[in-house]
Design a protein around this ligand. Structure first.
Ligand code: 5GP
Length: 185
């Protein structure tokens, strides 16, 4: 099905699962080469990365470890800023080679915060593997962003782990929100 509806919103297909799988295989091969004779730890950022993480690590032939973290954000009532908190970060990351696995990097704020927390533990290296990147939305370049599946336009996407109001994470393909075209006068 090329068009789907989730609640009030219509979506059209952007990336087919077969295409995602091919790209994931290539990234896996690249990581196998880059981390030869190392034992990286993959850290998936929940919820959105769960399918990508599962498919990616199946392509990894290196000895490796896995963990998942969750980032919550809430408004600070004292200031106008948004506070983020990272849950589940392993405490033994010193001297480890870390690969953070993200579903999508939009403004890059979430990733920036996670990186800051990870570096506190003095790891040997940190790289980021994100399935999607919205280059136009990115506020500042992220040096650690080494592996990117696909660059997408600044549109809302859903499926393959990504949700709309909690729905759609189970979709096999990735869809983008349909742009509403104004009726002709
Ligand atoms: P950032 O902090 O980079 O602006 O946002 C990253 C997070 O926002 C992602 O991990 C994801 O949860 C959410 N996000 C950003 N863009 C999209 C999108 O197009 N679709 C969905 N479903 N989530 C998005």
């Amino acid at each position: 099905m090329n068009t789907i509806k989730i609640e009030d919103k219509e979506f059209e297909i952007l990336l087919e699962n077969e295409n995602i799988a091919k790209r994931t295989r290539l990234i896996g091969i690249q990581i196998n080469v880059d981390y030869e004779s190392k034992c990286p730890i993959f850290i998936g950022v929940l919820n959105g990365s769960f399918l990508f993480m599962a498919d990616l690590v199946k392509e990894i032939t290196l000895p490796c470890e896995m963990a998942f973290i969750r980032v919550s954000s809430y408004k600070d009532t004292q200031s106008t800023g948004e506070i983020k908190e990272v849950f589940g970060l392993p405490a033994d990351l010193k001297d480890r080679d870390i690969i953070l696995v993200e579903d999508i990097v939009d403004t890059g704020f979430t990733l920036g915060y996670i990186l800051k927390e990870v570096y506190k533990q003095q790891p040997a290296s940190v790289k980021v593997c994100s399935l999607l990147l919205k280059p136009e939305a990115l506020k500042a370049p992220i040096e650690e962003l080494e592996y990117v599946g696909f660059e997408v336009a600044n549109e809302f996407v859903v499926g393959y782990g990504l949700d709309y109001n909690g729905l759609g994470r189970n979709l096999n393909h990735i869809y983008k929100a349909k742009t509403v075209t104004a009726p002709l006068p």
